[in-house]
Design a protein around this ligand. Structure first.
Ligand SMILES: Nc1nc2c(ncn2[C@@H]2O[C@H](COP(=O)(O)OP(=O)(O)OP(=O)(O)O)[C@@H](O)[C@H]2O)c(=O)[nH]1
Ligand SMILES: [Mg+2]
Length: 397
């Protein structure tokens, strides 16, 4: 706990505590207010006097939380949370913009906003992957419209490769889901991947929570399909679909090793017109490959289906499969266990992100780090020693 909380809890006056520490009340109030960090000996003494309840870390952490929301901003965010609960799409967009913002003030507002939310397990999160051009967006639009017809509300988070120069999202997917994007029961949000995890927006998990708070029944996450994107999206969804192109050849398509294992359902898209036959051949090839796998280990059993996203063929079976998959996993509790596991993965993901940001924004600017970097470049310090020094510093923080 922080020192202020401790003194209040134990009903110790600031003046008495300052006396015990042998410092002036003004110094104490600076430490409490976070304007100054106590020297090492004072930190240890505080730790001692509080029976270990106030640790040096409480002071470091305090400094990080320095930026607080004023009451107006808090009201504004609460208002935003209420509008989201009512399913207002405009405010939902605004909330995701705050969540994705890298401004410190927005990040604090986003934390406050997310704390207003209650997790619910009512939605179905569907991840979609596949090579560029396989038809992911068209597939989502077709399945999405079908689900809206059934009375469901559908949201799409499409991860766009961001252009590093403009820092913005290309927004291509939005235009490629024309019917869905104007439907009042749908919400489409392209987000820049920002070079993160090879194509997953940093804040996709948070955005999913936002959509769930807004009571969307189905949440699609379309990935760019490169690098670590698949694993990252797999860790956020309840069911993971791999879309394939029809290919006449007898070799399996150049899908990265491991992706097949992640998929809960494989779908050969574009099974229409000239490509129908090829799609069926591809389906057979994959079914064979998978049945060998299904027999050789106790891994999950998956199916291979075909569809045409343009001609709307095959979607009844696909939805049946998804619905049954989720239903069974809810009955045997795997659905909930998986979501719980995903929470801890999400926590570690957040820690990694914050560490990355800390290294980029704070650590690299520190004078002693710059000096070490200089020494490494001048060959007066080895990389191992330099890394050790810096890591020791970070791990003590
Ligand atoms: N014949 C046929 N064409 C399709 C089908 N689905 C999509 N397409 C076409 O394939 C092209 C790519 O479709 P998209 O939905 O944009 O593909 P994507 O996988 O989202 O592409 P990226 O987002 O760029 O990775 C478009 O020209 C679509 O019209 C289909 O079922 N049949
Ligand atoms: Mg797309």
């Amino acid at each position: 706990m922080n020192l202020k909380q401790f003194l209040k809890l134990k009903k110790i006056s600031h003046a008495d505590f300052a006396k015990n520490l042998n410092i002036s009340p003004i110094s104490l109030s600076r430490y409490i207010g976070g304007q100054r960090l106590p020297e090492k000996n004072i930190l240890l003494k505080i730790n001692d006097l509080t029976d270990g309840l106030v640790t040096p870390n409480d002071f470091y952490l305090f400094n990080e939380q320095e930026l607080k929301l004023d009451s107006n901003k808090k009201k504004e965010i609460k208002n935003l949370a209420n509008k989201i609960k009512l399913g207002n799409r405009k405010y939902l967009g605004k909330a995701i913009t705050i969540i994705e913002s890298s401004l410190k003030e927005d990040q604090i507002a986003a934390q406050f906003l997310l704390n207003e939310f209650r997790n619910n397990d009512n939605s179905i999160r569907i991840g979609i992957t596949g090579v560029p051009g396989v038809g992911k967006s068209t597939f989502i639009e077709s399945l999405g419209l079908k689900l809206i017809e059934k009375g469901l509300r559908v949201a799409v988070l499409a991860i766009d490769p961001s252009s590093k120069k403009s820092g913005g999202s290309i927004l291509g997917d939005k235009t490629r889901m024309e019917k869905l994007s104007v439907n009042p029961d749908a919400f489409i949000r392209p987000s820049p991947s920002d070079g993160h995890l090879g194509g997953v927006a940093k804040k996709t998990s948070e955005s999913i929570l936002c959509l769930e708070e807004s009571n969307f029944d189905i949440i699609f996450v379309e990935t760019m399909g490169v690098g670590q994107a698949e694993t990252a999206v797999y860790d956020m969804v309840d069911i993971f679909l791999l879309l394939l192109l029809p290919s006449g050849g007898d070799e399996l398509q150049g899908i990265k090793k491991g992706i097949i294992e992640l998929a809960d359902l494989i779908i050969v898209n574009k099974a229409d017109n000239d490509l129908k036959k090829q799609a069926e051949i591809t389906q057979r090839e994959y079914k064979n490959a998978i049945s060998i796998k299904n027999n050789s280990s106790n891994k999950k059993i998956i199916d291979v289906l075909t569809c045409s996203s343009l001609e709307l063929i095959g979607f009844d079976r696909i939805w049946q499969y998804i619905y049954k998959f989720i239903d069974e996993r809810k009955k045997n509790q795997k659905f909930f266990a998986n979501r719980q596991l995903q929470l801890s993965k999400w926590m570690w993901n957040n820690i990694n992100l914050r560490t990355e940001e800390y290294i980029k924004k704070d650590l690299k600017d520190k004078t002693f780090v710059k000096k070490i970097q200089n020494d490494v470049e001048n060959n007066s310090l080895t990389i191992v020693d330099a890394s050790n020094i810096i890591f020791k510093y970070i791990s003590k923080k």
